[in-house]
Design a protein around this ligand. Structure first.
Ligand SMILES: [Zn+2]
Length: 395
């Protein structure tokens, strides 16, 4: 038995005795009503991003101290409508952040990041307790990166559903540097890629050695997998059983047209899929215990992951003194030069005010910046933990 486990039991008993929780959140409208009441806290605001295929509201919540530029993180729940515990976990986590704003880690997080929550990405599915949306499309197969119509539940074409289009527009309107999507049905954290795997992957259509995989498909694989391993060990420490695991998405099972691949492939946004419970079809009645267990097992791991996401490149890019929206490719200084670009290049983007955040391990990077058809190389930019200032880059 691990040293923390007695503490975990004590914590659970405490949590049970003073839980607010979710007995009546049986519809998307009720969840939004509950969260809208929480917007009385001055740092939490809500905004509608779209309507579902059946016209239900899709609301996003933003937890932010003020309008100072800082990294933006997005947490998504309920893209599969029957996986309600993913929504309840985010509701619980918002409660936790609001109530514990004086906690050192929470206040540090809110000082240095804006947290966006999309607690129910698929309200029609949520309201009917079904995985797919009202057109029977699996929204997590309806994104354009490696999309394939091998199954009718992938949609007629990418983003042909109101809900997946809403996520696309939300991501393209905000400069997210970290996205976490929560699901149920397993206990694991999975990461890039979903559509292609390494040599040891089962049934891979094309196989690669680890070195080739890193060079061609995921240069930051060691960094990305280490973050997943850290999340796993945090969850294991806070759990009674060591059931949770970290996996490359494809190694778990191949998916075509996933959010995960699109976020990184199209926008260079680090992201993870986090499966928080073996019980897939969560219903509210009688499942409160499940939600409390999930929260006690995951909230510390989640806060630590978000804290890790504060480390990276934090730059403001200008040309002739004016902010620009540029495409940026970070290159590790000294190892992968401008003249020898990797075969697979994952670009990130600065926003209209020139701000750029990319989660990367600490170190020095050279940046390849593209703007209006021109390329600029900027040398020796530090990746560092964000603390209210951006490195100014004039090209
Ligand atoms: Zn799911």
């Amino acid at each position: 038995m691990k040293k923390y486990r007695l503490l975990i039991l004590l914590q659970l008993i405490l949590t049970l005795s003073c839980s607010p929780f979710t007995a009546s959140l049986e519809s998307s409208g009720k969840v939004f009503e509950y969260l809208n009441r929480a917007t009385q806290y001055e740092n939490l605001t809500s905004f509608e991003i779209a309507s579902s295929e059946l016209g239900a509201d899709i609301l996003c919540y933003k937890l932010s101290k003020d309008n100072t530029p800082r990294p933006n993180f997005l947490l998504i729940g309920g893209i599969h409508g029957n996986e309600r515990a993913s929504t309840f976990f985010l509701v619980n986590y918002i409660d936790y952040l609001l109530v514990n704003s004086l906690d050192t880690q929470v206040s540090q997080l809110l000082e240095n990041a804006n947290l966006y929550f999309l607690p129910i990405a698929n309200p029609d599915g949520f309201d009917r307790l079904r995985r797919n949306n009202s057109n029977n499309v699996d929204l997590n197969r309806n994104f354009s990166w490696a999309w394939s119509r091998i199954n009718s539940t992938h949609g007629e074409q990418p983003f042909d559903q109101a809900e997946s289009l809403a996520i696309k527009q939300l991501v393209e309107a905000n400069n997210f540097s970290l996205i976490l999507a929560f699901h149920t049905g397993q206990k694991c954290i999975s990461f890039l890629w979903d559509y292609i795997g390494k040599e040891e992957s089962k049934g891979s259509p094309a196989t690669y050695s680890e070195e080739e995989f890193i060079a061609n498909y995921l240069p930051e694989y060691p960094f990305i997998s280490t973050i997943a391993d850290n999340y796993e060990s945090d969850v294991d420490e806070d759990s009674l059983f060591d059931e949770f695991y970290a996996t490359l998405g494809y190694d778990w099972y191949p998916v075509f047209g996933s959010m995960q691949d699109w976020f990184y492939g199209e926008h260079g946004i680090l992201n993870y899929t986090i499966e928080i419970s073996n019980i897939q079809n969560s219903i509210v009645t009688g499942k409160e215990m499940e939600n409390l267990f999930i929260f006690s097992q995951h909230h510390r791991a989640l806060s630590n992951l978000l804290e890790t996401g504060l480390t990276g490149l934090h730059c403001r890019i200008t040309k002739d003194g004016l902010p620009i929206e540029a495409r940026v490719l970070p290159l590790r200084a000294g190892s992968r030069g401008f003249s020898d670009p990797v075969e697979f290049e994952t670009f990130s983007f600065s926003d209209k005010d020139g701000y750029l955040d990319i989660v990367l391990e600490e170190g020095e990077y050279n940046l390849l910046i593209e703007f209006e058809g021109q390329q600029y190389e900027v040398l020796n930019i530090d990746s560092r933990q964000f603390s209210d200032s951006y490195t100014l880059i004039e090209i």
